[in-house]
Every structure is written in structure tokens, then in C-alpha cells.
Design a protein around this ligand. Structure first.
Ligand code: G1P
Length: 277
């Protein structure tokens, strides 16, 4: 519901917040495509139609850019509308992440599938979803993206318990959604990237509301991990929780500094601001 970002998210979806020159959701789609995923299913809801418009053809804009000879901009805009096959499913009530994933069950059917929470931005040469996919290809099992977090932050995440297996992979033995620091099995947090075997969907159907009264994805994965191996990948990359103002500002600043067009001017401006007494 984007409450951490009000009033910015009052009338526009948080997935459309811009990091430098692209909305968050586009980073998520690009990452999935780079990992070889072919079909994107977006779980949306009321007030999120801007997402559909973003990935749709804007005939007038494309025609205007083309006739004005703005070839570079035209390419950027037309690429977004054609980059992926996107299916939209509306979640009618915010009943939790597990419930949101379950809304896609008819489209996922009996295939393995990835889940990406687009407000977690993870930047690395090897996209986070690709890092997961490699372990999925190796094992044929569900895989979760993990990162270490400080002990006083565990209450914000799903936290896993794990053992290293004979191949050096992290086999997840249990997990808890948003534990108090004293109940956390480790400081290894689930960071919004998942690949699942189809069994997860069946388990989600049976999952009852958990932490916060919501149907928690983490609870269904904990049951899955008792039935079949579930692995964790300690993700490489720079991670931003761009769904809150602090992470968002940091992401914009750091990615802005790296941007080929805006980086130089931003660096200069920041230097001047920071050097002022
Ligand atoms: C969700 C998941 C949680 C995970 C987190 C990553 O929580 O339920 O397990 O660690 O995303 O961002 P949310 O941030 O939606 O409350």
C-alpha cells in the first residue's frame, strides 16, 4: 500500500517511483528478462493503472518523437512497450505477499516461477535473479535471495535458518517472518528474490494468516522446506530498499553518480554542497 512513502504514493503506485530515469518496476522487469524469464505476471491492485500504461504502447508519444527526429528517446519509449509479454492480475484486497503470489496461480499452473519484489533494488553485473537461476539450474529446487542484515533490523524481514550442504550450498531448514531479535534464527534475511517449484503454490492455498494477520509467503516456504530442499543464495550486489524514502534517496544518489549522462554534474553539485560549512 506504499504507506512508508506517503504522501508521494497517495495517488501514484510506489512501483512507479523513479530511480534516476526509470520507474522501479522497470528495473524489476529488466532483471527478470536478463535472467531468461519470458513471461511477466504483475500482481497489481486499485490505483496502479499507471504500471499498465507504462508497459503499453503510447502511440501518440511514439509518433511525436519519431516525427521530431528524437530517435534515441523514441527507442527508449518503444522498447518499454515491447520488452516483455506482461499479464496483469489484480489483487482485490491487500491480504499479504503470500496472497498476492497466489493470485497468479492460474497463470503459473504447474511451472517453476520467479517472484521479485520490485521495491528491493539490487544492482550487480550479474542480475540477482540470474544468481538465483544458476542455483535453480544446478539443483532443480526452490531458491531464495539472501543478504546479511544487522541484528536490530531482523524484525523487518523473513529470517532464515540454514546449513551448508556438501556442495557448499545453503540449505534452508526453517524461516520466520519478521522475528523479534531474540527469536531470529540468524541474521540472514530474505531480500525479495525467489524462484519456486510449483509445489509452493499448492502450499500457499493452505497457508493461514500469520505475522501481521497477513498470508505470508515465508510461512508457505517454511512448510516447503520441510518437504523438499530449498536453497538460499547470498546475493552479490548493492541492495536498496527503495520502497522507503531513505533507501530511495540513497539509490537515486548512488545510481545518479554512476549515470553516464548525469553522473558528472551530480558529483560536482554534491561536492559543492558538502564542502559548504
Ligand atoms: C517481504 C517478505 C519478507 C522479506 C521482505 C524483503 O516483507 O514478507 O520475508 O524479507 O519482503 O523486502 P515486506 O517488506 O513486504 O513487509
Amino acid at each position: 500500500m506504499g504507506t512508508r512513502f506517503l504522501p508521494a504514493t497517495k495517488a501514484s503506485p510506489k512501483e512507479m517511483l523513479t530511480i534516476v530515469d526509470k520507474p522501479l518496476i522497470q528495473y524489476g522487469v529488466e532483471e527478470a528478462l536478463a535472467a531468461g524469464m519470458e513471461q511477466i505476471i504483475m500482481i497489481t491492485g486499485r490505483g496502479k493503472r499507471a504500471i499498465e500504461d507504462h508497459f503499453d504502447i503510447s502511440a501518440e508519444l511514439e509518433a511525436n518523437l519519431k516525427s521530431a527526429g528524437k530517435e534515441k528517446l523514441y527507442k527508449k519509449v518503444s522498447y518499454v512497450a515491447r520488452m516483455a509479454e506482461v499479464i496483469y492480475v489484480r489483487q482485490k484486497q491487500a491480504m499479504g505477499l503470500g496472497h498476492a503470489v497466489l493470485c497468479a496461480r492460474h497463470w503459473v499452473a504447474d511451472e517453476a516461477f520467479g517472484v521479485s519484489l520490485a521495491d528491493e533494488l539490487i544492482i550487480h553485473d550479474k542480475p540477482a535473479m540470474q544468481q538465483l537461476r544458476e542455483v535453480y539450474e544446478q539443483t532443480g529446487c526452490s531458491v531464495l535471495g539472501l543478504m546479511q542484515v544487522p541484528a536490530d533490523q531482523v524484525f523487518k524481514y523473513g529470517i532464515v535458518d540454514y546449513q551448508a550442504d556438501e556442495n557448499g550450498l545453503l540449505r534452508l531448514t526453517d524461516m520466520v517472518e519478521k522475528p523479534a531479535p531474540e527469536d531470529a534464527p540468524s541474521n540472514m534475511a530474505i531480500v525479495g528474490r525467489y524462484i519456486f517449484t510449483p509445489r509452493l503454490m499448492e502450499l500457499l492455498r493452505e497457508t493461514r494468516p500469520g505475522s501481521g494477520g497477513e498470508i505470508q509467503l515465508t510461512d508457505a516456504i517454511a512448510v516447503l522446506a520441510k518437504e523438499e530442499p530449498v536453497y538460499g543464495v547470498l546475493l552479490e550486489g548493492q541492495r536498496f530498499d527503495a520502497g522507503n524514502p531513505e533507501g530511495f534517496l540513497l539509490a537515486n544518489t548512488l545510481l545518479g553518480l554512476q549515470h553516464e549522462q548525469y553522473g558528472k554534474a551530480l558529483r560536482q553539485a554534491l561536492k559543492e554542497v558538502l564542502n559548504k560549512p
